[in-house]
Design a protein around this ligand. Sequence first.
Ligand SMILES: *Cc1c(COP(=O)(O)O)cnc(C)c1O
Length: 471
Amino acid sequence: MNSKQFRAEAHRMVDWMADYFEEVEEYPVKPDVEPGEILQQLPASAPEEGEPFNEIFQDFRQIIMPGITHWESPNFMAYFPANKSYPSVLAEMLTATLGAQCMSWVTSPAATELEDRVMEWLREMTGLPSDFSGVIQDTASTSTLVALLMAREQVTGFEVNESGFPSDQTFTVYCSSETHSSIEKDVKIAGFGKQNLRKVKVDRDFAMKPEALEKMIRTDLENGCKPACVVATLGTTGSTAIDPLPEIADICARYDIFLHVDAAYAGTALLLPEYRKMIDGIEQVDSFVFNPHKWMFTNFDCSAFFVRDEAQLVRTFEIIPEYLKTAEDDRVKNYRDWGIQLGRRFRALKLWFVIRNFGVEGIRQKVRRHIQLAQDLQSRIVDSDDFEMLAPLSLNLLCFRYHPSNTSDEEMLNRLNRKLLESVNNTGKLFITHTKLDNKYTLRMVIGNTNVEQRHVDKAWDLINEMAKGL
Ligand SMILES: *Cc1c(COP(=O)(O)O)cnc(C)c1O
């Protein structure tokens, strides 16, 4: 492909992208394909000779598109959203065009300094303390791993980095039984061992019980273990439960334990002053993560990670081989020392585009609207004779189930709701997912897509009712 062809194809492709955004809600949200169906349409070996671009693009439309789940559709109410927006997509086009590696200041000074600035903006926008420093990681899973590695080095005086874990000491990590699965994965990777992850009981609202946390810590101390880290969740993945940060922070301060906060989804709500109470106790927190790539209209990947002690973070990761030394090292940030990877994408650009184009107030309005739509739907669920809420609505994730008055058999209800979910999703008109809360099969519906409006929620609720009647 030459420059002239690139220009022509790019124009054509941008038109296709704009059409897609306009038409996406007409697509079946979840594709109707069997495992292997896409694979078998793809040649077993790579082509020896280059192929014309229009043939490649044709195959994209004919083979790939029918197998895509449309996360961008306002009828996508599953998992948590992976939002995007026009300014974010445009920024990603520029990022790909520049292809800059943002590992050191010198490898792209503007990328480092823009990241520095937008993380400062984000810190202010979310009300995090002024002594926190931020860096963009790929995902919350990685951010939490970074936090656990910091905790590991803090509790061992940087000994594990030097000589590995001491054989005569067990280090423990704490999270609630509702915590995201990435914490267990990170605990395994960081070398603590899955057996040393304590899952603290939750209360009726699925938030961590601080008394239970303290009791576990005491028991571990009595048994000679060393508590290394507590992970508190603001907005659990199952039901957006909010762990009580002030009490947890108190306990961590008393026992001198590293405290990491996972607000991967709910962090965006901190833009609204009325939700700032979620981070009461933040002064005691050592690290904090939230994902603009979930609910802040910035496409995947973009995870905002903040730490209170920048020097401790850098000391955990820093290695300076000769070939990476530069003359400016003592005057600049080298983000390669702020996490796991050396090579880093230029992610700050899309965040900058999104924040500037929406304005902070523009983002707030959308987020508030989502919460409002969820509250309205909650009223309808509560008023319905056949449905019930299964967890408090803290933001915009509704946890509910079909519960017709003629049955109270739990097994039966689980089966009914599993069938309901399947039949709703099979229509292609809506995509929702499930979880288990108190062993109850729970329908999970998130009103958080960038372009979701009242009419999409109305249609979704009608569809769920219609399918429930047909069971
Ligand atoms: C989504 C989620 C994660 C994982 O996020 P990734 O960025 O995909 O790693 C972790 N914790 C919570 C609470 C989440 O909702």
